[in-house]
Structures are given as structure tokens and as C-alpha cells.
Design a binder for this molecule. Structure first.
Ligand code: C2E
Ligand code: MG
Ligand code: MG
Length: 766
């Protein structure tokens, strides 16, 4: 009696099997060993009766015990429903022709497997019987899938610019390729108390299934270490299967899983090893199916690869994000930097169409910021900038961007803002700028000047919009600062004025080069008198520039320009050399003990070569260093104390004197002053001006004089214009005085011809 399989004895002569089927089977009989060795099973199907017979191997593949079925669908009960319909359509198609079909079978022991069923040509003796083979293609399928998945994953992960994009795409890819209906990524975050937890940040589900309820439940959950299945996988770093989601107590979303008919799933960690060999798990991936899937042997390997790829991508994107952040963000304030803000503005110009809303550009410049920087130093300036940026950020509406364009200039890009809304916001910004800033317990007061331009009325390109906002801001500065204005086309004169002031600046800079070479610069000397003796104590060298056209340019105008262009170093060298030469000449006549005061720029004082150069100069001229007093302002000192103070110490060791100019304006701390290597203080002119009128100023002057006495410093009052100022200074104990009342600055020639014993009157006017 022929048998289909040795393992299962089946009598094919039984009348239960139709005659044509039996015939076909007899002709196809081969040793069973062949099937097992070659890895296939056989089947015979009679479409007339719908009976099917399976070889032992085929029955095993299909996960059924019986080999003879009266109804074909009975032997396909473990097929995934969709696949079964497809297979049956092929097997029942008429006229019959050769076909093959791939389908999935869920086995209780091996999980999901893929089979391929092929039909073979009809046997001549059994023309109406279909027969063929069935092969387990799970391994091939998985290898191909892994390859495809690996490739597509890499393409996604490399091409994605955000982790969110990458992960959402990956979840979708895995679901589609591995037959899951719902997938999610749980990412690390910190609770408000700082506890690390996982949140379901990205999820995807097959559009054919309504799983919104399960997605919503998942998104609302947070899992700490060890909590629920996700928390356990996170804690252990090991993957886990859930075979029955509705009853597994580790699974916390049982109710919504049941409601969405999700059945089984696989949860695995996203892990990577850091350079120190430590394993990190920054997230967990989970995939669920509405089928009852069993643990599949190949998944752990696959999930390890996927997890590692995602972790790598997360690291890469984080790294990229850091680089991008550095390139786009102003380090000090955290706002967009100049180039990034310009790029955002350019994008807004390109994308905004007439049909869509317009946008506004607000240009904000802080008033009096430089004074704070000069007086309190850069740290104080930075505190003001950071705090102002923070306040600004708190005021800007959603969708707007804030940038720091440099120094104390800020800008806002405000999409869709109506004029009224812009004006209200500007008012709030002015208000917040006026709210004092606190630095080391001291209140610093500033204000802001704001200019506004709108697209497209005031410009359609970045330069046009910036120029308009800038000129509106400039008008506010001109009108006394602390205000806001919209650009108006009626203000082209302001623009011209502004542009011409820039042009003027550049012209002065160029002319200064020539002035240095062409003997257009010269020095005048303003006497500093000792009122106890009425004698000339010192002269302060003050630079003058007379252009070939006869026009005088005041030092207040050209010195700041020279300071910005570094021309100041050359100018400074010329001033000190000329002043020392002139002093040598004055001493030869009647001013034997005369000292000279020379104003210095900050950049001169930061040069460590200065002391040696000066020493060489005075030695060559036969002047002792004690007769040269270098003036620097508190602001200069506070700007670069680390560089300036060591140079000051060296100068003092060599014997030079140092005078703190414009004292009282810069708020240098008393503890700093106590340790400064200075020899005199020059009371700022503004205090002297108020003497006799402002009671505060008398008190301040008295305090400075007392301070000088206690610190063993000489105190010089400058800018004395009236007898009453002089009288008050005398009473305050101030002995060294300088001002127009006593003498305006004099030329060297005037000094040389002056009678040293006479009263100092106004004799020249420079
Ligand atoms: P400063 O060092 O505080 O010089 C004193 C200024 O006050 C001088 O102005 C002087 O002419 C003016 N002055 C003196 N007495 C009176 C007075 O009674 N009433 C009024 N209203 N003004 C008085 P000047 O010469 O225009 O210099 C302005 C500033 O330019 C100086 O202020 C100094 O900071 C700078 N400067 C002048 N020469 C040089 C220089 O050679 N090198 C550097 N780096 N800066 C210089
Ligand atoms: Mg001075
Ligand atoms: Mg001064």
C-alpha cells in the first residue's frame, strides 16, 4: 500500500479520497526522505470536492496534524486571514493554471512564518487535480527583509534632519516590513522633579486600523525605570515579548489594547555603548499586532541592529544639533545670532506673499549701554545683555523670532503682526528696558530706542527692511532716545544724515592717516596749578588737529575714531614723544620741576612693551619718569583690568605716575581703588560744574578729596570755570586745579614766553 509519509500512516486506498486524487498521489509518490532533505512538503487538491491531502512535511509547515482534509480551508486555519483569502482565490481560479503564492502562518511554537506554495503541471492521468509543493521561506524572507530594512533604515536615518522625522519613518518601515500594526518610540525625558522617565514621543499605526485610542493612552503615559513592560525593558536593556496584551499583568495599557484589538507584541531597547564601554538605553521601541504572534527567533538580532542604528542616529543628530546650535545661536544670550537672524529674515521675505500676512521688523538698540560697559566692566554689560534678552524672549509672541545683531543691538521678526500690535509690543519692550538691571547689588538703569519697519511697505529685501528699521531707530536716538517709531518715507533726510555720518567717519579715518604724516597734529598744554603756592604744578598735553583747510577737529571726535581703527597707537606714540620733548624744552627755561600729564588710550595701556618704551624715551631726553603722569580713565581700566593693571604696576615700579582721569563717573569699587598703583585722581568736570548749584556735587567732591587724602593720592579738580567753584574746592581741601578760569590750553610757544610767577589768565584759545 503506497503511503504519503512514513511517519503518518495514511491509507490512500481509503474510499474517503476521491479516485482522481488518489491516482495523482500515487503517481507523485517519492521517498519521504527526499521531502525532508530538500525542505519541501507536497499537497494534492481536488477543486471539484474541495478535498486536500498534505504530505507529512506540508502538514508540519502548515502547523496541522491531519493530512487529509475534506475542506481545504480546514488545513489553512493557521494562515493569517488576509493571506488565506489570497491563496484560496488562486487555488480556485478557473481555468487552472500554474501559480505560486506566499503566505504567513502563525504557529504556537515558532511564531510567524512565511510559506510559499507552488502548483506543478497537471499529471496527464489526473487532469483535474491540482498538486504542488509548499516550502518554508521564513529564513529567506527574513534575510531579504533584514537587508531591505537595514538599507532603508540607514537611508532614513542618514537622510533625516531631526530625530523625530527619523524615528517616525523607522517605526512605519518596521511595521510595514515586519507585519506590525502599531509601533512607538519611547524617549528619555525628565519629570519636573528631575526624575528620568520615558514618554511615548512618536507612534504610528496602520491607517486601516483605528488605533487612536491606544495611541492616546500611550502618549499620556510616563514610565519610570521598571514600570510596566516598557519600563522593565528600559531597566533591563533586554527585549521582551508580550503574547497576550489583554491579560499580561506587566502590560499597563490592557484595556485600550483590548479595545483596539491588539494582541501580541515585541518591546526592545535602543542601546549603545559609550566610549567607556557603558551601555546606555536612551529609549525603547515597541511593536504590536492584532495577531496572536509567538516569539520569533530572528527578532532579537534584528531588534539589536535597529536599536543600535537608532541610537547612533540619535547621537549623530544630537551632535549635529549642537553644531547647528553653535552656528546659529548667540552664545551670550541664546538668541539667534546676526547671520541666522538675517537668514530667517531672508526666508520671511522670500516666503511672504501679498496674499499671506505681512510681517514687521523691530530694531532695538539699548541706550547708555556703552556707559555701563565702560563704568562697570564687561561682566556688568553681559548681565544687562543676558537679562534684556531673557525679558525680550518672554515678551515675543509665538511664531516670532528674536536675534542679537551684535553689541547692544537686538531685532525681532514678527510675522502677521498688525501695526497696533507692533506698537503695543514696542511699548512693552521699552517698559522692560527701563526696569533696572541688577549687577552685584547695584541697580543699572538703561532704556531702549526702537525702530520698526514692515514688509512690504518699507522694503521687500533684508537690506531694505533693516535700513528702514534702523533709520526709524536713529530718529528716536536723535530725538532723545527711550522711544519707538515706525519707519516713514518722510524721513529720507534722517537716512541721508545717518549715511553721511558714517561716510564722515570713514573720511576722518582716512584723513587722520595723512594728518599724522603731514604735521597737522600738534599739542597744547593746559596748566594744572597748585593753589597753595599759585605755581604751575603740571601741564596736561591735549591733542589738536588742524586740517589743511583750516578746520579744527576736536579730539572728542577723532580720538574715538582713531581708537576703533588702531591708528590710536601711532597717534599715542607721537603724543608722548612730542610731549616729553616739549617738557624737556620747558624745563630748560623756567619750569624746573614741571610735570606733564599725557592722556592715554586703552589700547596703549594694554601693551606690555609700553613701560620699556617710555623709559627709553625719557632716559634719552634726560627726564626722570616721576615727572610724567599718564592719564587713563576708569572706564578704560575697568574694560581690560587683567591686561591694564600689570602694565600699571610695571610703570609705577619704573617711577612713572598714573592719574585716574574723569574720576567719579566710572563707579570703580573702593576695594579696587585701594590696590590700584595710581598717584592721582582727577575729579570729573561734571562734578566741578555743579559746585555751588547741586548740593550733591559739593558732597561728592569733598568725598573724593577726602578719599584721595586717605589713600595718599593727589586730587586734581578739572574744568573750573568760576571763582565760586574754585572757592568751594579750596574749602574742600583740593589743592591742584585746572580749568578755563585759570587757563585755557596754551601752545608751547605761549608757555615758553609766559611769566611763571604771574596769575594764570585766559591768554589763548584753542
Ligand atoms: P580730558 O583728558 O578730560 O581733558 C580735559 C578736557 O577738558 C579738554 O578737552 C580740555 O580742553 C577741557 N577743559 C579743560 N578745562 C575746561 C573747562 O574749564 N571747561 C570746559 N568746558 N572744558 C575744559 P579737549 O582738549 O577737547 O579733550 C577732550 C578729551 O580728548 C580729553 O579729555 C581726553 O580724553 C581726549 N584727549 C585729548 N588729547 C588726547 C591725547 O593726546 N590722547 C588721547 N588718547 N586722548 C586725548
Ligand atoms: Mg585728561
Ligand atoms: Mg578729564
Amino acid at each position: 500500500m503506497p503511503e504519503v509519509s512514513g511517519a503518518y500512516s495514511l491509507d490512500i486506498s481509503t474510499t474517503a479520497i476521491s479516485q482522481p486524487l488518489r491516482l495523482s498521489m500515487q503517481q507523485s509518490l517519492r521517498p519521504n526522505a527526499l521531502e525532508d532533505t530538500a525542505g519541501f512538503g507536497r499537497w494534492w487538491f481536488d477543486p471539484e470536492t474541495s478535498q486536500i491531502v498534505l504530505s507529512a512535511a506540508a502538514a508540519r509547515y502548515l502547523n496541522v496534524g491531519e493530512r487529509h482534509y475534506h475542506r481545504v480551508d480546514d488545513c489553512f486555519i493557521h494562515l493569517v486571514a488576509d493571506d488565506m483569502l489570497r491563496l484560496m482565490r488562486k487555488m480556485n481560479s478557473r481555468p487552472a493554471h500554474l501559480f505560486h503564492c506566499e503566505f504567513r502562518v502563525i504557529s504556537t511554537t515558532e511564531g510567524l512564518r512565511w510559506l510559499r506554495l507552488n502548483s506543478l503541471p497537471e499529471e496527464a492521468s489526473a487532469p483535474n487535480i491540482l498538486s504542488g509543493i509548499v516550502v518554508d521561506i521564513t529564513a529567506i524572507k527574513l534575510t531579504a527583509m533584514r537587508e531591505r530594512l537595514g538599507f532603508e533604515l540607514t537611508a532614513f536615518l542618514v537622510g533625516s534632519h531631526t530625530l523625530s522625522d527619523a524615528v517616525t519613518n523607522v517605526i512605519q518601515l518596521i511595521c510595514k516590513n515586519l507585519g506590525w500594526e502599531w509601533g512607538a518610540y519611547w524617549a528619555l525625558e525628565h519629570s519636573p522633579q528631575g526624575v528620568p522617565q520615558l514618554a511615548c514621543k512618536h507612534h504610528w499605526h496602520h491607517p486601516e486600523h483605528d488605533m487612536t485610542a491606544f495611541s492616546a493612552t500611550s502618549a499620556a503615559l510616563r514610565m519610570v525605570h521598571g514600570e510596566g513592560l516598557v519600563g522593565r525593558v528600559w531597566q533591563s536593556g533586554k527585549p521582551s515579548w508580550v503574547e497576550d496584551m489583554a491579560s499580561d499583568s506587566r502590560f499597563l495599557r490592557r484595556t485600550s489594547a483590548r479595545a483596539c484589538q491588539l494582541w501580541s507584541g515585541y518591546v526592545f531597547p535602543v542601546t549603545y555603548l559609550s566610549e567607556d564601554g557603558q551601555q546606555h538605553t536612551p529609549g525603547v521601541l515597541e511593536f504590536y499586532s492584532s495577531l496572536s504572534r509567538q516569539p520569533e527567533a530572528q527578532l532579537p538580532n534584528l531588534s539589536a541592529t535597529i536599536g543600535a542604528l537608532i541610537a547612533q542616529t540619535a547621537q549623530r543628530l544630537e551632535h549635529q544639533a549642537q553644531i547647528l546650535h553653535m552656528a546659529q545661536v548667540d552664545e551670550l544670550t541664546g538668541l539667534a545670532n546676526r547671520s541666522h537672524f538675517h537668514a530667517q529674515l531672508a526666508k520671511a521675505c522670500a516666503q511672504t506673499t501679498k496674499a499671506s500676512a505681512s510681517f514687521g521688523l523691530m530694531f532695538i538698540d539699548l541706550d547708555r549701554f556703552k556707559a555701563i560697559n565702560d563704568a562697570f566692566g564687561h561682566d556688568a554689560g553681559n548681565v544687562v545683555l543676558c537679562e534684556f534678552a531673557r525679558r525680550l524672549q518672554a515678551l515675543v509672541p509665538d511664531g516670532a523670532s528674536a536675534g542679537r545683531l551684535g553689541g547692544d543691538e537686538f531685532a525681532l521678526l514678527l510675522p502677521g503682526c498688525a501695526v497696533q500690535a507692533l506698537a503695543t509690543l514696542a511699548e512693552e519692550i521699552l517698559q522692560t528696558a527701563r526696569t533696572p538691571f541688577i549687577y552685584e547689588g547695584v541697580e543699572l538703569a538703561i532704556s531702549a530706542s526702537i525702530g520698526i519697519s514692515t514688509w512690504p511697505e518699507n522694503g521687500k529685501t533684508v537690506p531694505e527692511l533693516l535700513r528702514s528699521a534702523d533709520s526709524a531707530m536713529y530718529r528716536i536716538k536723535q530725538q532723545g532716545k527711550n522711544g519707538c517709531d515706525f519707519f516713514s518715507n518722510t524721513s529720507p533726510c534722517v537716512l541721508a544724515q545717518q549715511q553721511s555720518s558714517l561716510a564722515q567717519r570713514l573720511a576722518i579715518e582716512t584723513e587722520l592717516h595723512h594728518a599724522l604724516q603731514g604735521n597737522e597734529l600738534f599739542l597744547v598744554y593746559q596748566p594744572i596749578i597748585d593753589i597753595t603756592t599759585g605755581k604751575l604744578h603740571a601741564v596736561e598735553a591735549l591733542i589738536r588737529w588742524k586740517r589743511p583747510d583750516g578746520k579744527w577737529i576736536p579730539p572728542d571726535v577723532f580720538i574715538p575714531i582713531a581708537e576703533q581703527s588702531h591708528l590710536i597707537v601711532q597717534i599715542g606714540k607721537w603724543v608722548i614723544a612730542q610731549a616729553c620733548r616739549d617738557l624737556a624744552q620747558l624745563r630748560k627755561i623756567h619750569f624746573k620741576d614741571l610735570k606733564i600729564h599725557v592722556n592715554m588710550a586703552a589700547s596703549e595701556f594694554t601693551s606690555s612693551a609700553l613701560p620699556e618704551e617710555l623709559l627709553r624715551l625719557v632716559t634719552a631726553l634726560g627726564i626722570e619718569p616721576q615727572s610724567v603722569s599718564l592719564e587713563l580713565t576708569e572706564g578704560m581700566l575697568m574694560k581690560h583690568p587683567d591686561q591694564v593693571i600689570p602694565v600699571m604696576h610695571t610703570l609705577r615700579r619704573l617711577g612713572f605716575e598714573i592719574s585716574l582721569d574723569d574720576f567719579g563717573m566710572g563707579h570703580s569699587s573702593l576695594s579696587l581703588l585701594k590696590n590700584l598703583p595710581i598717584s592721582s585722581l582727577k575729579i570729573d568736570r561734571s562734578f566741578v560744574t555743579g559746585l555751588g548749584q547741586q548740593s550733591h556735587d559739593s558732597a561728592i567732591v569733598k568725598t573724593i578729596v577726602d578719599l584721595g587724602l586717605h589713600l595718599n593720592l593727589k586730587t586734581i579738580a578739572e574744568g573750573i570755570e568760576t571763582e565760586s567753584q574754585l572757592e568751594i574746592l579750596k574749602q574742600s581741601g583740593c589743592t591742584l586745579v585746572q580749568g578755563f578760569l585759570l587757563s585755557k590750553p596754551l601752545s608751547l610757544a605761549d608757555l615758553l614766553t609766559h611769566n611763571p610767577t604771574g596769575r594764570w589768565d585766559v591768554i589763548s584759545n584753542f
